[in-house]
Each structure stands twice: as C-alpha cells, then as structure tokens.
Design a protein around this ligand. Structure first.
Ligand code: HEC
Ligand code: HEC
Ligand code: HEC
Length: 400
C-alpha cells in the first residue's frame, strides 16, 4: 500500500512539473491575460477598458466559449487576429492589441497558443462590451490602412547562427522575446500620431527609447547600466539588490516575466544590455524653478530616510536605492512623482512577499513635493534636471 502511495505521489509530482504546456508558456510570455481580463473577472473573459485618444475600447472575451468567446475561430482565424489584427468577421482590431509585435511570432508558437486557448482555457459566456468611440471615428476601415502601413509580417531573420556562438544565440532569442511575444515596445517605445509605435525592432533609433503610459514614464531601455543578474532579478521578482519595479510594470512582472525560464531571462537581459548603446537618453534643461535644497533635505529626512537611508542606498532586495535609479533620474519625472503621490508596492511573486511605500499626496503640499523631488534628483550624484512646481502640481491633481 505504502509503495502505491509513493508511486502515486510521484505521478502527481511529474504531472505538475509537466503541467505548463508550450502554449501556456507562450501565453504568459505574451501576457495575453493582462489585457483580456477585467479586474476581478475570469481570466481571458475580456472587459478591460483601454482609454485611447479617440475613445474607450474594451478587450474581448478570448476564452473558447462558442458564442461569447473565440470558440468558433479556426486556426486561420486565430492567426489572422493575433498576427495581422483582423477579427474573424473581417473587421480590423484597434492597435491596443499589440499584433504588430505578435506578427513576429513563429508559426509553431502561434499553433501552440491556439491549442492552449482551445483546450486549456476554461470557457466563459461573458458578453463583449461595445466600444465608446464616437460614431465618426468608429468606422474601422481606416485601421486597415494603418495595418497596411505598420504591420511587418516578416518574422525576424534567422541568420545562420553557429551552434557554439553563445552570444548570438542569446541575442536572437532575446530579440524574439522582447520584440515579439513580450511586446515590450508597447509601453517603452514612443508612439506617433496614429498610435503606431515609432519603431518595432532594434533597427530603429527610437525603439524602446522611453514613453508615457497612463501617468507613468516607462524609461528608456536603451541605456541600462545595471548588471545582467540585477536585470534578471527585476524581471523575475520585481526587485533586485538596488532597484524595484512599480506602476504598470508590476503587472508585467506578476503576470508574465516571473514565469519565464532562467535561460529566457538570460536572453532578454543579454539583448537589453547589448542591442544598442548608441543613443543615451538626452537630458532636458529648464530655467524657472523654485527649489530649496535645505528644505528638500529636511523633508527627505522626515519622510523618506527611515526606509531609503540618508545615503539614498535603501536596503538590498527590500527598499530600492534612489542613487542612480532610472525612476529618479529619468528626464520625464512623471513616474517619480507618481510613486511619491500614490505610494508603491513591490510585486508579489512566487516565494516573495511584497514591501510597501506609503502614499504622500495627502501629506505633502506641491511646494514640499517639488523640494523632495528635486532633492532626490540632485543628490548622491544623480544630477538629473530639476522639476518645476507646475509639473508636480499637475500630477497631484491627476492623482486626486
Ligand atoms: C496590450 C493589450 C493586449 C494584449 C497584451 C493582448 N490583447 Fe488581444 N486584444 C486587445 C484589445 C483591446 C482587443 C480588442 C480590439 C478591438 O476591439 O478592436 C483585442 C482583441 C483580440 C482578439 C480578437 C477577438 C475577437 O473577439 O474577435 C483576439 C483573438 C486576441 N485579442 C487574442 C489575443 C492573444 C492570443 C493575446 C496574447 C498572445 C492577446 N490578445 C494579447 C488587447 C490586448
Ligand atoms: C504595460 C506597460 C509596460 C510593458 C508592456 C513593459 N513595461 Fe517595462 N516598465 C514600464 C513602466 C511604466 C516602467 C517604470 C516603472 C518602474 O521602473 O518600475 C517600466 C520599467 C522597466 C524596467 C526598469 C528600468 C530601470 O532602468 O529601472 C525594465 C528593465 C523593464 N521595464 C523591462 C521591460 C521588458 C523587458 C518588457 C517586455 C517583456 C517590459 N518592460 C514591458 C511599463 C511597461
Ligand atoms: C516605509 C518605507 C518607505 C518610505 C518611508 C518611503 N519609501 Fe520609497 N519605497 C519603499 C519601497 C519598499 C519601495 C519599492 C516599491 C516599488 O517601487 O515597487 C519604494 C520605492 C520608491 C521609489 C521607486 C524606485 C524604483 O526603483 O521603482 C522611489 C522614487 C521612492 N521610493 C522614493 C521615496 C521618497 C522620495 C520617499 C519620501 C517622500 C519615500 N520613497 C519614502 C519604501 C519606502
């Protein structure tokens, strides 16, 4: 009897270890769930709202339910939606769905995604919401033009890589994950007038050069200076020895990158650290600033130093260092101001609890906030340009 139980235990264990199919893994790497799930809703059943310059749109139900979801999609229908942005009935999808990035995914990965959605995702009969785009703009045909302009259907060139060229293998896998399924550019690349990203791969000078997203600044990933191990820690657990993730990036970590294998994280960090070093982010200068370094220092000691330390160095793996931190030194201070206004929390990942930073919007005036912001931007060798009180006040209003 005992033997049988042990044997059963082994079976269950093996079953669990093999539980993640390639399709599920690719769905994680592509973070489909982030957009196709409403807050508190069933995964992939849709309903999450996206505010775009032309109005609100809602992600759809992509569970295999035959009426509410995509249960009637053939593989060809699915492929057209995910890689070309065309729904089963022929209408063009809004580019909030990052199909220009998914266009780079291989046939094999799209096939495994399809199998996963059809066989493993539980169906849900939640109906799709109508989009709130004014009627004049809601005609979807101009999107076909958009499609034609920006979707590059060619997959990344698979140059003949020598099997012993470790770096070339890392670079090519990293490029695939970041530019394809990971769609990192959807937040980190600036967008042009028609909402297209200004570049979809490393051949563009502005690819991953930093952009605003929902009141946060997704910093440039073109000039990261942290060691590869720290970058991997950030993507795996949302924090590293000197840094931490916050805002919209937290969701990326909790729902996507924490599940990537160690070798895929190696590939992503190798790619990010090597794809380009030509374009350091330009630093803006500005005149009219009211900043009192003494007040800044006093406020910092009162409100921040218990956790971040007088030296700004924080505590390894718990409180991020504010010295040489990209959120603090970014040319656009939005993320820094948002963190102080709203507080922050390190993402909770497998085996890691989260650490909280309090919100200060009710506690500090705009003057005080400006002084603290400029203090941390100007101290410990940070040397970031100073911020005007108006910028801080605008962000505070937006947060209220
Ligand atoms: C950044 C947000 C985002 C991500 C990530 C995303 N989607 Fe979407 N997706 C959307 C939105 C928004 C729509 C609706 C667009 C519209 O109505 O024009 C959509 C539409 C679709 C459709 C068309 C559905 C229909 O009802 O016809 C399919 C299929 C789809 N997505 C599949 C996926 C898959 C598979 C993934 C992961 C590989 C994914 N999406 C990732 C935002 C996203
Ligand atoms: C939904 C929007 C979004 C997506 C998608 C996204 N990011 Fe981010 N990312 C952000 C924001 C906002 C920040 C700034 C907040 C922070 O640093 O915690 C950020 C910060 C980062 C940082 C920290 C930079 C630093 O110097 O400290 C790294 C590294 C990063 N992202 C990598 C990635 C990678 C790799 C991907 C694709 C797998 C990705 N991001 C996809 C929004 C996003
Ligand atoms: C109770 C401890 C605590 C206090 C007090 C505190 N912080 Fe934090 N802070 C944290 C923790 C923990 C994080 C990591 C959360 C995250 O970003 O995921 C953090 C994150 C940050 C970040 C984002 C860093 C990054 O890499 O994403 C900035 C900037 C920051 N704090 C500045 C400040 C300033 C300025 C003050 C004072 C007004 C302050 N903090 C007060 C604990 C604290």
């Amino acid at each position: 009897m005992k033997q049988i139980i042990i044997a059963l235990g082994c079976l269950i264990y093996v079953g669990n270890a093999a539980a993640t199919s390639v399709g599920e893994y690719m769905a994680r790497a592509s973070d489909c769930v982030a957009c196709h799930t409403a807050q508190g809703g069933q995964p992939m059943a849709g309903g999450k709202k996206f505010s775009t310059p032309v109005g609100d749109i809602y992600a759809t139900n992509i569970t295999p339910d035959k009426t509410a979801g995509i249960g009637n999609y053939s593989y060809e229908d699915f492929e057209k939606a995910v890689r070309q942005g065309i729904a089963k009935d022929g209408h063009a999808l809004y580019p909030a769905m990052p199909y220009p990035s998914y266009a780079k995914m291989t046939d094999a990965d799209i096939h495994s995604l399809y199998d996963y959605f059809m066989k493993e995702v539980p169906p849900s009969d939640v109906k799709n919401k109508d989009n709130d785009i004014p009627w004049l703009l809601s005609a979807r045909w101009p999107l076909h033009v958009w499609n034609w302009l920006y979707v590059d259907k060619t997959q990344p060139e698979t140059k003949a890589i020598q099997p012993d060229d470790k770096n070339a293998i890392l670079l090519s896998r990293g490029a695939y994950l970041v530019e394809g399924p990971g769609h990192c550019g959807a937040c980190h690349t600036p967008r042009g007038v028609t909402m297209q990203e200004k570049g979809y791969d490393a051949s563009s000078d502005v690819y991953l050069s930093g952009a605003m997203i929902d009141g946060w600044y997704a910093p440039s990933l073109r000039d990261i200076t942290m060691p590869s191990e720290e970058l991997k820690d950030l993507l795996r657990m949302g924090r590293s020895q000197h840094s931490a993730i916050s805002g919209p990036m937290s969701e990326v970590v909790t729902q996507s990158t924490q599940y990537l294998t160690d070798s895929d994280l190696d590939a992503i960090s190798y790619y990010l650290l090597n794809f380009n070093h030509r374009n350091p982010t330009p630093v803006a200068t500005d005149g009219s600033i009211v900043y009192s370094p003494t007040d800044g220092k006093i406020l910092y000691s009162m409100y921040c130093s218990t956790c971040h330390g007088d030296d700004g160095k924080g505590k390894d793996f718990t409180v991020p260092s504010l010295a040489n931190n990209s959120v603090v030194t970014a040319k656009d201070p939005s993320s820094l101001i948002s963190v102080i206004n709203q507080g922050a929390e390190t993402p909770q990942t497998q085996g890691n609890i989260s650490f909280k930073m309090p919100a200060y919007k009710e506690i500090m005036s705009a003057d005080e906030m400006t002084n603290v912001v400029n203090y941390v931007r100007g101290t410990w060798g940070n040397g970031a340009p100073q911020v005007k009180k108006d910028d801080v006040a605008n962000m505070e209003d937006a947060a209220k």
